[in-house]
Design a protein around this ligand. Structure first.
Ligand SMILES: *Cc1c(COP(=O)(O)O)cnc(C)c1O
Length: 375
């Protein structure tokens, strides 16, 4: 059996090595390392794939979120509503920009922003809402957009874990996650569903004016070279990363199917176990399984983690400390937020290996060992 990893980037690379190597060499030959043709081609292809009018590539997913908030011209002290049950980047940029993070609880089934909690958290100071499509499952964007539109508050989707997912609206409309809110942000960190071989990110929007601002902010606020209209930053996707992404974007849907197949295998094996809850699949979206995350009840989770490690099966806790309990947010009153579902999940979730290269032998071995521990 091949060794089991949380994410098997090597095996995936070997299948596309000739194409990737050729694409990287083409950039080397062109020496157009910054904003070369590969970057422009990728932005156009991703816009086409997502059905988004504008895609602005940037250096990473964290920058994407920061630039999105800068583009909305938020002012110090403005409130930004985000879940606490997310990767730190979502909430960190709020504080970095001297905005006020307002943490809300998540739905216990989807692990994503609870629309009812969102509605309660809105004040006259709320200037942005940032739902996160956690683990590859979309937040309830229909409910969130209804609330946001009612209060005329912009929505920034953190789509770092769900690129390629579809959201199905009750009127039959289908949209890609990241294209539903005012701005969508994503990451091409190597382990993400569409990963490059370094850092990368992108921002998308259908709003022409916002797109122009985002483009400027990501490039030192320049409207034309050496004329700086806004305070911006330097956040670029480099041509070599774009070249890798140009090879991988056409494969994204097949990568998602491979993840969903592995998830189906896990689901079947753990179905109806009294102490294991498999990931919920909300009918309003296509789960793209960035992570496969179980909720355990009455199980020594650290014991399981160690037991699996001893059997060469990696497992991870995403995330061991929710944002509102991080020391970073102590001075923001983080621990004063009452988020029972977030705390409950934090103590019970465990993620199993999930990637495009898992075979049945590996899946059988993983499942067998989990069920050996949780009899
Ligand atoms: C990975 C991730 C980010 C940040 O992306 P980077 O490219 O690592 O900066 C933001 N939000 C979520 C939910 C993520 O998973």
């Amino acid at each position: 059996m091949r060794p089991i990893q949380m994410v098997d980037l090597k095996q995936q690379y070997l299948k596309i090595k000739p194409e990737v190597d050729a694409a990287i060499h083409a950039v080397l030959d062109s020496v157009a390392f910054i904003n070369g043709k590969a970057v422009q081609d990728f932005a156009a292809s991703l816009a086409n794939y997502l059905g988004s009018k504008h895609v602005i590539p940037c250096a990473n997913g964290t920058d994407a979120l920061q630039i999105a908030m800068m583009a909305l011209d938020l002012q110090p002290g403005d409130e930004v509503i985000t879940p606490s049950f997310t990767y730190i980047a979502t909430t960190e940029v709020v504080a970095l920009l001297r905005l006020k993070p307002v943490f809300v609880d998540v739905d216990p089934k989807t692990f994503c922003m609870d629309p009812a909690a969102l509605e309660k958290a809105i004040t006259p100071k709320t200037k942005a809402i940032v739902p996160v499509h956690l683990y590859g499952q979309a937040a309830n964007m229909e409910a969130i957009m209804a609330i946001a539109n009612k209060h005329a508050i912009p929505v920034i989707e953190d789509n770092a874990q769900a690129i390629g997912s579809d959201f199905y609206f009750s009127d039959g409309a289908v949209k890609k996650t990241g294209t539903i809110g005012t701005i969508g942000c994503t990451s091409f960190f190597p382990s993400k569903n569409l990963g490059c071989y370094g850092d990368g990110g992108a921002i998308c929007t259908n709003d022409d004016e916002l797109a122009a601002r985002i483009r400027m902010i990501a490039n030192h606020g320049q409207s034309k070279r050496y004329y700086h209209d806004l305070v911006g930053c330097n956040s670029r996707l480099d041509s070599i990363q774009a070249a890798v992404l140009n090879v991988k974007l056409p494969l994204l849907d097949s990568y998602i199917e491979a993840r969903r197949k592995a998830a189906d295998f896990y689901d079947k094996a753990f179905a109806n176990h009294p102490r294991i809850t498999v990931p919920y699949r909300d009918q309003n979206n296509k789960h793209v399984f960035h992570q496969y995350t179980l909720v355990l009840e009455g199980v020594d989770r650290d014991g399981l983690n160690q037991y699996l490690a001893d059997k060469q099966v990696p497992s991870m806790i995403y995330y061991p400390v929710p944002a509102h309990r991080q020391q970073m947010f102590e001075s923001y009153g983080g621990s004063e937020f009452n988020l029972p579902t977030t705390d409950w999940l934090t103590e019970r979730v465990i993620s199993l290996p999930m990637h495009t290269e898992l075979d049945e032998e590996q899946l059988n071995y993983i499942v067998g060992n989990v069920l050996e521990y949780i009899k």
